[in-house]
Design a protein around this ligand. Structure first.
Ligand code: GUN
Ligand code: ZN
Length: 437
């Protein structure tokens, strides 16, 4: 017998890309809604008036009336080893890596340290309403074991991989073309497809890999066509200059990855701030995806992402917090900064579109839209219960409206982990705020 549960609340999810439309039929909204979950999968969402009478008496009904349920949010680019250097002062990318990121990543040779950080990180994702993430580990295979173990214990859908880098970084953080291939392959065989876990081949960025190493990752990608590829692209001007120097034959930064077969379906490129028209088209043609990382791009002084250009080209786009270059694990906070970045460029980020980028759009960018991203029947029941009234300023703002676009927009602009009353993973509570318990 299926274990059936029902949840009553306002319910909002995307059925398609709402585009720049403010009042779109690409979303489905039930002011007083019910979601029915059977064995961890969505079986139905609809108006409470229609669904409640059909529920048998023995079904567990959780009442979140007054709160808003949305799909679990998806962070398309984040570094778990960097949570202890979040908000480190003063540098742009290359100096920030040398001064802050590389030293902290050195500590992950120690499995017990890695496990402590991975557990904290997984709980922090859930506290922020993030149920799936594409995560950088470090060069150490045990850092990947620690992250997958923490995610598996929480039944989270999570993708990570061992960083590979064999130049331009401290000696203790280097592997080689051969060891990177061997260790990554062993980790794929150990973890990819175990429960809800997926593997990402993770060359840090072109600067820290020799051509031999990029070629070995291209071979691995060919050997395992259904694993993800995860790296950085065109984030910072000085970084771009280095890439042009190190790969003098390349037409562009993207061309380096393309040469080695690393641009394809399930490739996720973080940042993409300094691309030309040919790059946009190549990414679209090869079906690669982009993680828009607004807090990081502002914090590290990297630049402004051109969402319009990416969408005109037809590229799948998700949003990444990019902690520790980014300054918050909250997708709400990150979308708020994304709104401002786009506004500065006379582009818009309508509330439903922002929701899409953190849910169904991100699921598409990760090629996981058949599993997560909205509440279509059969999807995994990962969801967040948002409480717009938990913060006095938001509560006051919303006392003037009951319009869902306004409520959502205020939540996006002002919300953070305090707005999350509960997070559910496959229909089971994974985080309950103490104020909601
Ligand atoms: N490029 C290469 N490594 C990193 C990193 O750790 N963070 C960011 N933001 N960019 C990178
Ligand atoms: Zn990053």
């Amino acid at each position: 017998m299926a274990r059936v549960k029902a949840f009553r609340a306002s319910i909002l999810h995307c059925l398609a890309d709402p585009g720049s439309d403010t009042g779109s039929n690409a979303v489905e909204y039930f002011d007083d809604g019910v979601m029915i979950v059977a064995d961890g999968f969505v079986s139905e969402v609809g108006p409470a008036g229609a669904l409640l009478p059909s529920l048998s008496d023995d079904i567990e009904l959780t009442n979140f009336t007054g709160k808003l349920i949305i799909p679990g949010m998806i962070d398309c680019h984040v570094h778990y080893p960097q949570i202890d250097i979040i908000a480190s002062y003063g540098e742009q990318l290359l100096d920030w890596l040398t001064r802050y990121a590389f030293p902290v990543e050195g500590k992950f040779s120690d499995l017990s340290y890695a496990s402590e950080v991975a557990n904290f990180f997984a709980d922090a994702l859930l506290r922020n309403g993030t149920t799936t993430a594409l995560v950088f580990s470090t060069v150490h295979p045990q850092s990947v074991d620690a992250m997958f173990t923490a995610a598996k214990q929480r039944n989270m859908r999570l993708i990570t991989g061992k960083v590979v880098m064999d130049r331009n970084c401290p000696q203790g953080l280097r592997d080689t073309a051969e060891s990177a291939y061997r260790e990554s392959r062993e980790l794929i065989e150990k973890w990819h497809g175990d429960d809800r876990l997926g593997y990402a081949i993770t060359p840090r960025f072109a600067v820290t890999s020799t051509e031999a190493q990029l070629a070995s990752m291209g071979r691995l990608a060919q050997d395992f066509p259904d694993v993800h590829i995860h790296t950085h692209l065109a984030e910072n001007k000085a970084e771009g200059d280095l890439v042009a120097e190190q790969f003098p034959w390349s037409r562009s930064y993207l061309d380096v990855y393309q040469r080695y077969g690393l641009v394809r379906e399930r490739s996720m490129f973080a940042h993409c701030l300094h691309l030309d028209q040919e790059d946009w088209h190549t990414m679209a043609e090869l079906k690669a995806s982009i993680a828009f990382c607004p807090t990081s791009n502002l914090f590290l002084g990297s630049g402004l992402f051109d969402l319009h250009a990416a969408e005109q080209a037809g590229i799948r786009v998700g949003v990444g917090t990019d902690v520790g270059g980014g300054t918050s694990l909250s997708m709400l906070t990150t979308l708020s900064e994304g709104y401002k970045v786009l506004h500065l460029q006379e582009q818009s980020l309508a509330p439903f579109k922002a929701l899409y980028l953190a849910t169904l759009g991100a699921a598409k960018a990760l090629y996981l839209e058949d599993r997560i991203g909205n509440f279509s029947a059969g999807k995994e029941a990962d969801f967040v219960v948002l409480d717009a009234l938990s913060a006095p300023m938001t509560a006051r703002r919303l006392s003037h409206t009951d319009e869902i676009t306004e409520t959502l927009f205020a939540l996006l602009m002002m919300g953070d982990d305090r707005s999350v009353a509960a997070t559910y993973v496959m229909g089971a509570p994974a985080y309950i705020a103490s104020s909601a318990a």
